[in-house]
Design a protein around this ligand. Structure first.
Ligand SMILES: C[S@@+](CC[C@H](N)C(=O)[O-])C[C@H]1O[C@@H](n2cnc3c(N)ncnc32)[C@H](O)[C@@H]1O
Length: 235
């Protein structure tokens, strides 16, 4: 499933690792995911595109019994392994295939991953591979940038290019405002794009939500929700 993908330098991986959740623009989608997922006690979960493990530890905090965390970027996985040694997370560097037998996991989570894929075909094949690992009826929660947020908005944790005419598949640089800021090469995909590929991959979309704060020291978070949360179930 190799694609033309963004490579994180070691410096980028360390910068990404310092982001966290609370007090960042990621806080609202993560709290919404927490509300949807509830207690994962005793369950085995997949974290697809785990990066440096922020999303994997989130699943452990919800009491997941163990987490299979996969990513295709050597520097992100390397950073994850060095930070999370000793926790119930198994990290795998992958290129397409998830090293898990069919229908063995209780759920899947994916946080800010699909915008890095350069074609709907790749997103669709990846979602099918995720579906393969899940037991029937399992939940799949995915966090993405809100497509409306991508049209030139500025948030506490990231800034999008000022381009109101982005359409599906257009490349867009997203500036991550870590202590050491850097630009990720993402792609613009709409809610309909994700819904279409999820359905084709064998999921039923249960909800699509756009959480945001109503007060506080935020920037455009107060105007346009920064994230989108898609909750689906494997049929
Ligand atoms: C923006 S980071 C998010 C990391 C983590 N989920 C989090 O929320 O902190 C996106 C991650 O997805 C990974 N990724 C993107 N496309 C992927 C693919 N096709 N297969 C595996 N990993 C992928 C990237 O390498 C990167 O580590």
């Amino acid at each position: 499933m190799a694609g033309n993908h963004f490579h994180y330098s070691k410096k980028n991986a360390i910068a990404y690792q310092t982001l966290g959740i609370d007090g960042t623009s990621y806080e609202f989608p993560y709290r919404e995911a927490e509300r949807i997922l509830g207690d994962l006690k005793g369950q085995k979960w997949l974290d697809f595109g785990c990066g440096t493990g922020r999303s994997s530890t989130f699943l452990l905090q919800l009491n997941a019994k163990d987490v299979t965390a996969v990513d295709h970027d050597q520097n992100m996985i390397g950073q994850a392994v060095s930070i999370h040694a000793g926790q119930s997370i198994t990290f795998h560097l992958i290129e397409g295939t998830i090293p898990v037998p069919d229908a063995t996991l209780d759920g899947a989570f994916s946080s800010y991953v699909f915008m890095e894929m350069d074609s709907l075909d790749l997103i669709g094949r990846t979602m099918k591979e995720i579906a393969r690992t899940l037991k029937p009826g399992s939940r799949f929660v995915s966090l993405m940038h809100n497509p409306a947020a991508c049209l030139g908005h500025d948030y506490v944790s990231y800034t999008f290019p000022d381009n109101k005419s982005l359409k599906s598949g257009d490349p867009m640089g997203v500036t991550i405002k870590s202590l050491d800021p850097f630009v990720i090469s993402d792609y613009f995909w709409t809610e309909e794009d994700y819904q279409q590929v999820l359905t084709a991959a064998g999921f039923e979309v249960r909800s699509v939500t756009f959480p945001r704060p109503t007060s506080g020291t935020w920037i455009d978070e107060l105007i346009v929700p920064p994230g989108m949360v898609i909750y689906a179930r494997k049929k």
